[in-house]
Write a protein that binds this ligand. Structure first.
Ligand code: NDP
Length: 297
């Protein structure tokens, strides 16, 4: 039987509606409008698209949206000074520095400069530590979106075998922490993993975050497993154009999986919706207001 398609677009639309409703309540009942500042350094076309769509989604949710587009030659000191201003700006509850930054800027130093309470990307070492120790953290948007899709699809994840392929700080590791928090038995696989197909075949839940087009095939998948494809890879088509594919061979894996996310239309839309959710969460925490249900892990 063909796998159920997990419609990330529809789930993200529902999450965005919930975020918007909560923003309306915050404005009407507490005179507080959540604000998100996105900082982009340089002219990376993909980053510009992401920043534009984040800004649009923020405004659509009724939040304040501020974009800072800085020249590629901006010094690290100037970027740090901007972050310092945003940290002290009471109308801004979330700060996101779009990665990658140019080589002359130390990304770790920049991420460390963001107030952890405003770190809506969840990359600050304080939030990494809080998540790793099972405490209330700002949770990275992409893994958070994956977790929400898994909970929606499977209900309780307790006791399930989960394999995360990829061990990056922004996707693989926090994804594994979240699955562990939900009581999965978690394996993190990477480029040195021996017999990767055999490892993946044990999994009830597979999260692929690798960056290798269509690497995961049906032979790797246990029948009925739930497959979340984080990968975004642009490949050439025969007509000379390009198209986006994930890390999973969708047509092949859909024949055997129980449920699968498409690319595009799976994890991507949930990532942006979770950024909005994180901004509302950050705003509520800053003002000591009750956090809405279901917006974080
Ligand atoms: P990284 O390049 O930082 O990490 C990739 C990971 O995959 C590494 O841990 C690497 O292992 C592992 N890997 C590489 N090759 C293999 C292989 N042949 N077998 C097993 N493991 C391998 O990538 P990111 O985590 O940043 O992103 C992963 C993918 O997700 C990319 O396609 C990216 O575009 C996409 N992405 C999508 C988002 C969304 O919103 N949908 C958001 C963020 C990312 P090792 O550590 O050993 O080198």
């Amino acid at each position: 039987m063909a796998a159920k398609v997990i419609d990330g677009k529809a789930l993200a639309a529902r999450l965005r509606e919930r975020v918007k409703a909560h923003v309306t309540r915050l404005v009407e009942e507490h005179a507080v409008q959540p604000g998100l500042a996105v900082v982009l350094v340089g002219e990376n076309p993909a980053s510009e698209v992401y920043v534009r769509s984040k800004g649009k989604a923020t405004k659509e949710a009724g939040m304040k949206s501020v974009e800072h587009k800085l020249d590629a030659a901006t010094s690290e000191a100037d970027l740090l000074a901007l972050i310092d201003r945003l940290n002290r700006d009471a109308t801004i509850h979330g700060i996101l520095v779009q990665l990658p930054v140019p080589d002359h800027i130390d990304a770790d130093k920049v991420l460390a400069a963001i107030d952890p309470a405003k770190d809506v990307d969840g990359f600050h070492i304080s939030n990494v530590g809080l998540l790793g120790t099972g405490q209330k953290a700002m949770v990275p948007c992409t893994p958070l979106g994956c977790l929400m899709m898994l909970r929606e699809e499977l209900g309780s994840l307790s006791g399930m075998e989960a394999v995360v392929i990829g061990r990056s700080n922004i996707v693989g590791k926090p994804m594994a922490q979240l699955l562990l928090k939900d009581s999965c038995t978690v394996t993190i696989a990477h480029s040195r993993t021996r017999d990767l197909p055999g490892v993946v075949r044990r999994a009830d839940i597979v999260v692929a975050a690798v960056g290798r087009p269509t690497m995961v095939t049906a032979q790797w998948i246990k029948p009925g497993a739930t497959v979340i494809d984080v990968g975004i890879n642009r490949i050439e088509k025969e007509d000379g154009g390009t198209r986006l594919v994930g890390d999973v061979d969708y047509e092949d894996v859909a024949k055997i999986a129980g449920a699968i996310t498409p690319v595009p239309g799976g994890v991507g839309p949930m990532t942006i919706a979770c950024l909005l959710a994180n901004t509302v969460t950050a705003c509520c925490r800053t003002h000591g207001l009750a956090e809405p249900e279901g917006l974080t892990a």
